[in-house]
Ligand binder design. Sequence first.
Ligand code: GDP
Length: 195
Amino acid sequence: MASKPLQLKFVQSATRAHQLPELGPEVAFVGRSNVGKSSLINALANQRQLARVSNTPGRTQLINVFSHVAGGAVVDLPGYGYARVPGHIRGDWSSMIEGYLLEREELVMVLVLVDGEIGPTQLDVQMLEWLRYNDVPHTVVATKSDKVKSAKRQRRKRDLAEGCMLEQGDIVWVSASKNVGVERLRDLVISHLTT
Ligand code: GDP
């Protein structure tokens, strides 16, 4: 039976963790700009415009919080690695994200989105190493699985897992466009939000 969409409601944007409301356990989404993060959050919630798709950098540089009706919250962190942002904004980005990831008591799981077709990039690997080093619980989600041709899929899965220094089974593959793997991820998110 199909699982119900995540019932999410936008609550607020913030630049610092301490400005965020306390809504219970939080699952955060992080990834390189354009990895498909907004599309995936929209697919999980089955809402087309909850998180904005293909945004300009200025509008995506905030921490966005969505409350989950049955408890907890989904936190959309700004995408990293936007070549066009000036250095000082990149500096702010690091302190904002690092502050959230290190200090936020409500945070129970970070979903690190990696582009299934091209990832992991060097920035993704750096992010994973940083999370590991700081003992922040995280799961890798490979996006846009529909872009990987079936003949190449096994190899791509192996390469992506190796690049992330993980086993293939540790990675959740999804396609927001084709609704593949979305239910499995939804169940995973719900299990964390309701712990
Ligand atoms: P964000 O910057 O990480 O929030 O990424 P977006 O959700 O805005 O998506 C970036 C681009 O990738 C857009 O053009 C989306 O239409 C496309 N995209 C997102 N998810 C998928 C997917 O599952 N499959 C394919 N083929 N394209 C996707």
